[in-house]
Design a binder for this molecule. Structure first.
Ligand code: FMN
Length: 269
């Protein structure tokens, strides 16, 4: 005979639940499950802005500033230990990433140079240098000029780059292949430590004709300049906004953003 728990009189065994009891039981279980899920969800949700931003990790103090420009600085000057023993001026190129604009009136920029660089002495002796911006076609030469010294190599020749008279300076050449060159007269050298800061007054700027539009406006985005971040080079990509866009009027925003979208579409890959 089939054993039936109801008739067995066994106290340890539960009676089968009625349909209503079962429904009640299921509803209770579902509610508990939902409450647990909610609790878990709430635990996961960030409680404040700091939590929402995510955890951060502290690193040792270092020069991890990014992005930086990667520029080719052309110079011409004398070096007492150079090939000409300081008797004749020599042209040279040095790659610099630690460069920036430091003043608008008068227009000034800075480049940080280690005293051991060959270019250090050349620039110091002539009191002038040219900062040549770099695009993709110039990138390999730029990297090369950053790992080879003018002590050993004629970098203009090795890279087949063209030294042309710079705007505003008599003796220091610019790089003809560069999209834009800023001619600088040395204003001062600030001793810092491993590097010294050369501050130059920008006396002239020259840009490639191809960078101008039909209205003679400079369109620097056409140059797709190269930047440097944490040991890697980047080609400038999509335009993401314009100066003051966060507070621009609706009209200006619409017009400028439409213009930007068109420019972004036009950029070849
Ligand atoms: C991407 C890159 C960025 C560099 N930035 C700097 C810099 O800001 N200052 C510096 O003194 N050297 C910098 N260097 C190293 C010099 O360019 C390198 O030592 C070069 O060979 C010096 O040339 P020179 O001895 O002919 O002057 C950089 C090198 C590379 C590849």
């Amino acid at each position: 005979m089939k054993h039936h728990p109801v008739n067995s009189g066994n106290k340890g065994q539960r009676r089968p639940e009625s349909k209503t009891q079962q429904d009640h039981h299921n509803a209770k279980a579902e509610k508990t499950r939902q409450q647990k899920a909610l609790q878990k969800d709430q635990q996961k949700k960030p409680r404040n802005k700091t939590e929402r931003a995510g955890p951060r990790r502290q690193l040792n103090p270092s020069t991890l500033m990014a992005p930086l420009p990667a520029v080719l600085v052309s110079c011409r000057g004398m070096h007492p230990e150079g090939k000409t023993k300081g008797l004749k001026p020599e042209n040279n190129l040095i790659t610099i990433a630690w460069a920036g604009i430091v003043c608008s009136d008068p227009p000034m920029l800075s480049i940080a140079i280690r005293p051991s660089r060959y270019s250090y002495q050349l620039i110091k002796s002539s009191g002038a240098f040219v900062v040549n911006l770099v695009d993709k076609p110039l990138l390999e030469s730029t990297d090369f000029c950053g790992v080879q010294s003018g002590r050993d190599v004629d970098k203009f020749e090795a890279c087949q780059l063209t030294a042309v008279p710079s705007a505003g300076l008599e003796d220091v050449p610019a790089v003809a292949e560069s999209p834009l060159s800023l001619s600088c007269r040395l204003n001062q050298i600030c001793k810092l430590g491993s590097h010294d800061l050369f501050i130059g007054e920008i006396v002239a700027v020259e840009a490639k004709e191809t960078l101008f539009d039909n209205h003679d406006r400079l369109c620097l985005e056409k140059a797709r300049l190269i930047g440097f971040a944490h040991g890697q080079y980047y080609e400038m990509g999509q335009i993401a906004g314009f100066f003051g866009f966060s507070v621009a009027s609706d009209n200006v925003l619409k017009r400028r953003m439409t213009d930007i979208r068109q420019k972004n579409k036009r950029r070849p890959d």
